[in-house]
Design a protein around this ligand. Structure first.
Ligand SMILES: [Zn+2]
Ligand SMILES: [Zn+2]
Ligand SMILES: [Zn+2]
Length: 280
């Protein structure tokens, strides 16, 4: 079971879904990459690219030989190559706008491996050119654009997201991709609207309002905080609740339950009905 060696991996059903929607010529590596890689990087019928399989093989051997522990490997997979210092430097990919560890880039590249594979595929895809042309025609008509994008299959959408440099997470659902695409063109049409997507108009073009910035900061803090610390500081979190849009998930499920309890709500009910809405 390779999953025990990984900090994160997709469950079986998620992987099946991913594979079904992978753009032609690409596959999802469920190893350390957790992203798309060119098909040529895989052996037949494998869910993990050759590079990752190699690392996992080394890890298994070194763990069996008691040279390293499983936890050490999970924290820093490069330890199997004798690099016991963890490289923390990350780089933001020019195309997908995601921050990746340096191992996701070929030397001297500013575009991550996944995006580079996607670009290669784009070059020989005819539909892709037609889609681009149509999107260009529709881009000032947001409603029609949305309908059009909705009709594009997910695998093709991945390629378009990359072409327009919209930004992408390997875990994005089709719904999320459509949303991001539409938001992207809305922003281009309205350079003064807040980049955080709240809809407010700002004096400075392509900037983010204070509230959206604060929400983004909260998301990052909540991601890193332990449940215990969250519970200990619950009063502070409750006192700074904000009205959110539906797309935002700034608290995880456990945190939402804690907040609901603190507010004297029935957590079950509030999760179902008002999952992402909070009030000051
Ligand atoms: Zn891989
Ligand atoms: Zn990228
Ligand atoms: Zn905003």
């Amino acid at each position: 079971m390779y999953r025990i060696y990984l900090k994160t991996s997709l469950a079986h059903y998620e992987l099946t879904e991913k594979s079904r929607n992978s753009p032609k010529g690409l596959r999802f590596c469920n190893g350390l990459c957790q992203d798309f890689r060119a098909e040529s990087k895989f052996s037949v019928h494998k869910n993990i690219c050759k590079e990752c399989r190699n690392l996992l093989g080394l890890a298994k051997k070194q763990i069996d030989d008691n040279k390293i522990t499983l936890d050490q490997f999970k924290e820093n997979p490069q330890i199997v190559n004798g690099l016991d210092i963890m490289i923390e430097t990350k780089q933001v990919c020019k195309t997908c706008k995601q921050e990746h560890s340096m191992s996701s880039f070929e030397p001297k590249r500013r575009i991550c491996k996944a995006c580079r594979s996607i670009q290669t595929i784009n070059r020989n895809n005819k539909d892709h050119e037609t889609h681009i042309a149509d999107i260009e025609k529709l881009k000032n008509n947001i409603n029609d654009l949305k309908t059009f994008i909705n009709h594009i299959p997910k695998d093709k959408l991945v390629l378009l997201i990359s072409h327009f440099e919209v930004g992408r997470k390997s875990t994005d659902t089709k719904e999320k991709m459509v949303f991001n695409m539409v938001e992207h063109f809305k922003k281009l049409a309205n350079p003064n609207s807040c980049l955080g997507g709240c809809g407010s108009m700002l004096e400075q073009q392509f900037s983010t309002c204070k509230k959206c910035e604060r929400i983004e900061e909260k998301k990052i803090t909540n991601n890193e905080i332990s449940n215990l610390d969250f519970e200990n500081n619950i009063e502070k979190f409750v006192s700074t609740l904000e009205i959110l849009k539906k797309e935002e998930d700034i608290y995880n499920k456990k945190q939402i339950v804690m907040i609901a309890r603190q507010l004297g709500l029935d957590p079950k009910q509030s999760i179902k009905k008002r999952r992402c809405y909070y009030y000051d």
